[in-house]
Design a protein. Structure first.
Length: 313
């Protein structure tokens, strides 16, 4: 009976088909007790550029959902001892705070099931057998909408860097990945040198131009998997997955050279800027990013007191 919610309990008989979790691809979490279909969906989505976590266990799916912040949740309606609605109900608090498009797949074409799904806030529904091309098109549409929303929520308007709100999610993802695969990352805090005097000399608007130019420069010179976060006014956190701290320091030191050659203009005046940075290796999944930011910040302070225009690890 689909109207009768009960507890979802662990069940060893169910299989998890795949955990292929990559930070640089959109992540789909698929839940279906038909393992043949599960495997088929996994293969098709992976071929279409998704990273996939696929399980036949509602209990596991809930666990993965909390740990992984997927970009899409695809779930079956009917299970032997529970149903997809219960899963959605269990996740409802989390779904209020975090936008994850949901798609229900089912043999059930009844009006009742559809109404219940849409009233619960499930975003989309597809009837089995699945038309794969249609499913991919629908998932793509959902993903575009999610990315659009993220753009509004997580991007700093002035510079186009990520904002602090984004950083929280990013660290959750990275720590999850670290627990699974042991992959470490480097974290840097960068701060523009004598930026107050740029504002004082050329005005705040020109100062803003420098901030924009700095982020554009970083975007052009860092890897696409690195994240640039505007942490404070002219302070930026850089997250560099799969990069040892020695390499991070070397790379950022080279970037100081490059950025120092960038020309900024104010009327007839031409001027240059530099930055300092502290970098640290994040090699342990902690509950928050705080301790690592502090470590990088301490290194930054050392770079500043040692004369600026340098990176300290
Ligand atoms: P240091 O080399 O020690 O970092 O010197 P500093 O002058 O850069 O010192 P500090 O980092 O404390 O200065 C931050 C300055 O950045 C002060 C503030 O007016 C300016 N600032 C912060 N946010 C913005 C912004 O959005 N636009 C502009 N134009 N300036 C900003
Ligand atoms: Mg089923
Ligand atoms: Mg500062
Ligand atoms: Mg500064």
């Amino acid at each position: 009976d689909i109207n009768q919610p009960s507890e979802i309990t662990p069940d060893a008989q169910y299989t998890t088909v795949a955990i292929d979790y990559r930070i640089d691809k959109p992540l789909a979490l698929i839940l279906d007790d038909d393992v043949a279909l599960l495997t088929y969906l996994k293969d098709e989505l992976e071929a279409a550029g998704w990273s996939v976590v696929a399980t036949a266990s509602p209990y596991k799916a809930i666990e993965y959902f909390h740990a992984m912040a997927p970009d899409s949740l695809i779930l079956d309606l009917h299970f032997s001892d529970s149903d997809g609605f219960q899963v959605i109900e269990t996740l409802s608090e989390k779904l209020k705070r975090q936008y994850v498009p949901t798609m229900m797949i089912s043999h059930d074409t009844s009006r009742q099931a559809k109404l219940k799904a849409y009233r619960m806030g499930i975003d989309d529904m597809m009837v089995k057998p699945i038309d794969m091309e249609e499913m991919l098109a629908r998932l793509d549409r959902q993903l575009r909408n999610k990315r659009r929303l993220e753009q509004l929520l997580f991007i700093d308007e002035l510079t186009g860097a990520y904002n602090r709100k984004y950083m929280h999610d990013l660290f959750n993802k990275l720590f999850t990945e670290m627990k699974r695969s042991g992959e470490v990352f480097s974290l840097a805090v960068l701060d523009l040198d004598h930026f107050k005097s740029v504002n004082d000399t050329y005005g705040h608007l020109i100062g803003d131009e420098v901030l924009r130019g700095f982020v554009a420069f970083l975007k052009a010179n860092l890897r696409s998997t690195d994240s640039i976060i505007r942490y404070g006014g002219e302070e930026f956190v850089i997250v560099m997955p799969r990069l040892e701290v020695g390499y991070a320091k070397q790379l950022l030191t080279e970037l100081i050279e490059g950025f120092s050659q960038m020309s900024f203009h104010s009327g007839d005046a031409v001027f240059h800027c530099s930055f300092s940075g502290g970098v640290t290796l994040v090699d342990e999944p902690t509950s928050s990013s705080h301790v690592w930011i502090e470590a990088a910040d301490t290194a930054l302070y050392q770079a500043k007191t040692a004369g600026r225009r340098q990176i300290v690890a």
